[in-house]
Design a protein around this ligand. Structure first.
Ligand SMILES: Nc1ccn([C@@H]2O[C@H](COP(=O)(O)OP(=O)(O)OP(=O)(O)O)[C@@H](O)[C@H]2O)c(=O)n1
Ligand SMILES: C[C@](O)(CO)[C@H](O)COP(=O)(O)O
Length: 237
């Protein structure tokens, strides 16, 4: 774990869904167990949770990798996940302690800087029930439909100004995350999406490019380059 001067004062538990298979990455092992310059993605992800949060940590992994994960991460709680991300998060919630603030963080964002964690925790601790890190969108966005000839046809250009690409960790009061996941069949691409459906206000704090998600081989190359360049410069990532 890394050290920062900030501390929220509230009990924090970080739940890390890491039970995906990494189909789009196409590596021979599930994504969280892929090596990045000598350490697995899940080890790097746990290492980058700031010590100052004094957080308990629950990592959710594929059922057949529970023993391997316990070898890699002897100090954290490891539980088996489900078929969808939201189900894995619910397995993590069931194993979490009684912390006041719950963060849900993708294993697939292993280089997330400490300041993103502390921003999210501070915003929840200051009274917001659900907080996500997000970045403005850089590309021009087009809404498309598939036309008769099989090509995508642009219907309109979407105003990108109010849009945010959201990252993790996503932070919640305990009550808000339990409410968001109260429906055992609820599925969404992120936890804030489930909270929104319950009418819970979700706020956005600035994210960071280093919190990028490893989804494709290109993302893995970028992460490996960042880690090896940081090592050459004597920085820790
Ligand atoms: N059943 C699942 C699916 C996903 N995840 C986790 O949710 C995060 C975000 O998912 P994603 O990046 O899409 O990972 P995968 O589902 O593994 O990727 P893919 O869709 O390419 O298979 C990852 O840390 C992943 O391990 C999970 O815990 N359980
Ligand atoms: C939770 C998330 O990382 C926020 O950007 C993202 O929604 C995960 O999506 P995926 O389709 O499961 O990769």
């Amino acid at each position: 774990m890394t050290t920062t001067p900030e501390s929220s004062g509230a009990g924090v538990c970080v739940i890390i869904p890491a039970a995906g298979s990494g189909t789009r990455l196409g590596e021979p092992v599930p994504k969280a167990f892929v090596d990045v310059c000598g350490r697995t993605i899940i080890e790097r992800c746990v290492d980058n949770i700031p010590d100052s949060l004094d957080a308990s940590i629950v990592v959710v992994v594929p059922a057949d990798l529970v023993d391997r994960a316990r070898e890699l991460l002897p100090d954290v709680t490891i539980v088996p996940g489900g078929a969808h991300r939201s189900e894995s998060v619910r397995a993590g919630i069931a194993a979490a302690d009684a912390a006041d603030i719950l963060l849900v963080h993708d294993a697939a964002r292993p280089l997330t800087p400490a300041h993103v964690f502390t921003r999210v925790v501070e915003a929840v601790a200051s009274g917001h029930p659900a907080v996500v890190p997000g970045l403005p969108v850089a590309d021009t966005l087009k809404q498309v439909v598939v036309s008769d000839d099989g090509l995508e046809r642009v219907e309109r250009t979407v105003d990108r100004e109010p849009l945010r690409a959201v990252q993790t960790p996503q932070g919640f009061t305990r009550e808000a995350l339990l409410r968001a996941h109260a429906d055992d069949s609820g599925l969404a691409t992120d936890d804030a999406g489930l909270a929104e459906r319950c009418g819970i206000d979700v706020h956005v704090v600035p994210g960071d490019p280093l919190a990028m998600k490893v989804t494709t081989p290109w993302d893995l190359k970028i992460i490996r380059d960042v880690v090896s360049e940081s090592a050459e410069a004597g920085e820790r990532r």
